[in-house]
Write a protein that binds this ligand. Sequence first.
Ligand code: LAG
Ligand code: CA
Length: 512
Amino acid sequence: MKLLVFAWILGVCWAQYNPNTKPGTTSIVHLFEWRWADIAEECERFLAPNGFGGVQISPPQESIRLTNPWMPWWQRYQTISYNLCSRSGTEKELRDMVTRCNNVGVRIYVDAVINHMCGASGGAGTHSSCGTYFNADTKDFPSVPYSAWDFNDGKCKSPSGDIENYHDIYQVRDCRLVSLLDLALEKDYVRGRIAEYMNSLIDIGVAGFRVDGCKHMWPGDLRVVFDKLKNLNTKWFAENTRPFIFQEVIDLGGEPITASEYFGLGRVTEFKNSAKLGTVFRKWDNEKMAYLKNWGEGWSLMSSDKAVVFIDNHDNQRGHGPGGASVLTFWDSRLYKMATGFMLAHPYGVTRVMSSFQWPRHIVNGKDENDWVGPPSYSDGSTKPVPINPDSTCGDGWVCEHRWRQIKNMVIFRNVVNGENFSYWWDNGSNQVAFGRGNKGFIVFNNDDWNMDVILLTGLPAGTYCDVISGQKEGGRCTGLQITVQGDGRARFQISNTAEDPFIAIHINAKL
Ligand code: LAG
Ligand code: CA
């Protein structure tokens, strides 16, 4: 009995921190703006075979449809109803995707926009992703339904009704974020509608939620909503499995609202991972890779068991939200692959890989004038499918970072070394560093401006290994570099500072 109670407490307290990925898989990929039909295919043809644990999908609820600017990506962060009908597809397509991904062991996490509805200037009509009527002027969303009573305006004390001062915690929670109509989450009714929406997705089979804009909601209100959530669908998950919750809270320091206020509710996005690794790999602020020896909590990041980490996200890759200047993206592909490799090799946090679409970047005085541009689409605004090229890259403007050999192979590396200690650190006092994961994997970086030629203790069993960055193991041979580990666990690493990718990674599943 005591044991049972203990197990129950453990389950209740820790469950929402667990991504519920299939054993042996560890990383999530954000397939930003992908259509449900394409995600279903991707789960079957690429994600499952390559050990991806799950997919963060774009908001599946009905959203506003804008024409000025033309169909921006961010229209999906303006909710009109909780009908599961969006630019990515119909409810039927969503269900088909969740079923097919779960059937091959890939989980789906929903981006839940629950702090607000559309912008105050959204107008009235049926310009929504399913053509549902709404009226932003009277705050009428009949398809939920919400009416003026369900919004916060009475409580907000800022002169404009918008959030003007991030040092006033009441404004941040009770006023409008960039003029978005702010829901009154202290109302039972509103909490009920939100929980109903999230539960409808749990019924379909999703494994958890990325909760949008949590800084703008009181932790106490979120607690009530999350407590109303069902256990996951037992068609794919063990009984009593709680949904994985990861909350988007941008905490780069210097504000009264901190990520730690949300630790009791689930994991939290660690934006410092993105900002600081960008700074280190760019060598800004006199940072050096040698300083990464105590990466993680040692750099005042949140505790690893609370963190979801990423190199960039859909906002900071295009200058939305704070902390963007140092952030690395696919536009800086060489450094981006290195930083992503570091993140995936390091034991810190639950890792999320970004998968983007290209847009015509046009930076004027540090600001991207095209930061609004939506996904590759036809002239009627419908999103284009993701075509796969013979070399396994994507076409039509889909970047598919997650398919880049270096990144895909590091996702596999993380699975192979899962649970192993951070070990055998080496550095040259500058930007050449190396570390292992127990006796299962080893990675070496040269981000200095000179060549590297060193003999390092890897901890790996003697043998010949394929570097999974310059190539991989295929049909019993290496398509890229080969590394020989001697009987004493040492190996020689030579990395030119002008190499296409100046890093090398080996692991026991890539041994000849
Ligand atoms: C988020 N996290 O807290 C999302 O990650 C982020 O992408 C969302 O903003 C934001 N919170 C609200 O869900 C995005 C864009 C904004 C956009 C907003 C609503 O970054 O630029 O605002 O979605 O679509 C846009 C305009 C604003 C305007 C507002 C309302 O940029 O100028 O006031 O719409 O009309
Ligand atoms: Ca709010």
